[in-house]
Ligand binder design. Structure first.
Ligand code: HEC
Length: 174
């Protein structure tokens, strides 16, 4: 707040309107709302990473802790094993860290399919799509250029977004 610079006149005005945040109109508020939400999402990803580091760094390097690529059941097994070695965790932190490891270090033996270059037949078999859906992906690509994200892919008509969401670990864009 640059109160020093503003004259007494505007200082008085500022005082007489203590509710003022300096931003007028709904737009500013709205933008701040979205920024806050974005920040919260970012902060939560950061904090689950931090939680994992706190939990896992006690006995070995973090690099060792994250040396595996596996699914949820696999990570659960690893964490159970670490618990047997003496790792301490409250139920809530355990769940948080399990979520984090599952999404940040998923299995990688199944190669992902590149939806920007795959042929119709590959899309069909690897993502278990119907022929018409595979064709719709290719048509969208030809018309709009490369898919950059899952959200782009969800714009393809005729494919249930939940179906794509469920397959997102098998998809890559480059
Ligand atoms: C209380 C000590 C302790 C903590 C805390 C700990 N670990 Fe371990 N971890 C071990 C020991 C001991 C080994 C090695 C056993 C060996 O050398 O065979 C190990 C080995 C590993 C390995 C190598 C593969 C394997 O299964 O042996 C992975 C992966 C791993 N830990 C992941 C983690 C993760 C993820 C966390 C945090 C959620 C964690 N560890 C926290 C004790 C711990």
């Amino acid at each position: 707040m640059n109160l020093v610079k503003v004259g007494t006149d505007s200082l008085f005005r500022w005082r007489s309107n203590p509710q003022s945040t300096g931003y007028s109109g709904g737009k500013g508020v709205c933008l701040h709302f979205w920024l806050a939400l974005l920040f919260a999402a970012f902060a939560s990803a950061q904090s689950s990473r931090a939680e994992m580091e706190k939990m896992c760094k006690g006995c070995h390097e973090i690099a060792r802790a994250t040396s595996l690529r596996q699914d949820r059941a696999g990570w659960n097994q690893t964490m159970t094993k670490m618990t047997a070695y003496g790792m301490k965790s409250a139920e809530k932190e355990y769940a948080l860290v399990l979520d984090y490891l599952t999404s940040a270090f998923p299995p990688e033996d199944v190669p992902r399919i590149n939806v920007n270059t795959a042929k119709a037949i590959e899309l069909e078999s690897r993502l278990s799509l119907r022929r018409s859906q595979a064709r719709a992906i290719i048509e969208w690509r030809e018309k709009n250029g490369e898919f950059k994200s899952l959200d782009d892919l969800k714009n393809v008509p005729g494919i249930e977004p939940e179906k794509l969401e469920a397959k997102k670990d098998r998809i890559t864009f480059h």
